[in-house]
Design a protein around this ligand. Structure first.
Ligand SMILES: Nc1nc2c(ncn2[C@@H]2O[C@H](COP(=O)(O)OP(=O)(O)OP(=O)(O)O)[C@@H](O)[C@H]2O)c(=O)[nH]1
Ligand SMILES: [Mg+2]
Length: 259
């Protein structure tokens, strides 16, 4: 018997959501990986359905990290600035290709005086969302430092990175075009996926978090398949080492013969 309520209807993902810009994307595939789709159909996703993936959200003060999370998780927007003190977190449950999947979204403080508390929560992230304000070039420049700090606590080879420009509603088309060019270049160098959103209007917010959930889910299933593949190879080795096993003996002979 499950103690959790069913996943909300608007958190069900059955198709791979597309990237925002092909110029800075983590992948440009139209669909989920074939191996992932098959594993989900055959319910061979191991522990993924029970896992909670940690996502950390970092960036300068007042760029809009809390508003971005609140727009997605609670569908609200507060125009008054209330600094995050230390960290806060929200849980979001999804169903991806029929498999339950949860994200734990860690909203960290951008203010310098709270940074050392916040950074103690960076460890173990599967995805890092680096946020800047599309109307503030300095906040984009600072994203390199945020990335460096987040990566001190994480394995750069396995973390998915997202570079997100907020307050799209406030930037004029001309201003937006200029900063977007720099942001895409930077995202490409960081190996991050670029998105531009507005927590005020909600533009691209749902699409963005669905993309985070989908790519994190896909990475988890692929890692799980790799692990179970390794286990299967291990099992064969074990059988072969059993001298009472006829099959193993013949295999051993075959191996010798081929050497
Ligand atoms: N117009 C507009 N204002 C926004 C948007 N997102 C955030 N804001 C405003 O920007 C201010 C800062 O937003 P927060 O979400 O609190 O910023 P933060 O990054 O969490 O700040 P810290 O917690 O101090 O690190 C608030 O006054 C928000 O109302 C947006 O998409 N559009
Ligand atoms: Mg905040």
């Amino acid at each position: 018997m499950s103690i959790l309520p069913p996943v909300r209807k608007d958190r069900i993902i059955s198709q791979l959501p597309q990237c925002f810009s092909k110029g800075a994307a983590l992948n440009t595939e139209d669909e989920f990986h074939g191996k992932v789709k098959t594993a989900c159909q055959q319910q061979r996703t191991g522990t993924v359905g029970f896992k909670i993936s940690k996502v950390i959200v970092v960036g300068d003060l007042a760029v809009g990290k809390t508003c971005l999370i609140n727009r997605f998780c609670k569908d609200v927007f507060d125009k008054n600035y209330k600094a995050t003190i230390g960290v806060d977190f929200e849980m979001e449950r999804f169903e991806v290709l029929g498999v339950p999947f949860s994200l734990q979204l860690w909203d960290t403080a951008g203010q310098e005086r709270f940074k050392c508390i916040a950074s103690t929560y960076y460890r173990g992230a599967q995805a890092v969302i680096i946020v800047f304000d599309l109307t503030d070039v300095a906040s984009l420049e600072h994203t390199r430092q945020w990335l460096e700090d987040a990566m001190k606590e994480n394995d750069p080879t396995s973390v998915l990175l997202f570079l997100v420009g907020t307050k799209k509603d406030l930037s004029s088309p001309a201003q937006y075009t200029l900063i977007e060019q720099d942001a895409i270049k930077l995202a490409d160098q960081m190996k991050a996926e670029y998105w531009a959103v507005s927590a005020l209007s909600g533009e691209n917010v749902r699409e963005f978090f669905f993309r985070v959930a989908s790519l994190t889910f896909e990475a988890n299933v692929l890692a799980e398949l790799e692990k179970s593949g390794a286990r299967r190879i291990g099992e064969v080795v074990q059988i072969n080492s059993d001298s009472n096993n006829m099959h193993a003996t013949s295999k051993k002979k075959q191996t010798k013969c081929c050497q």
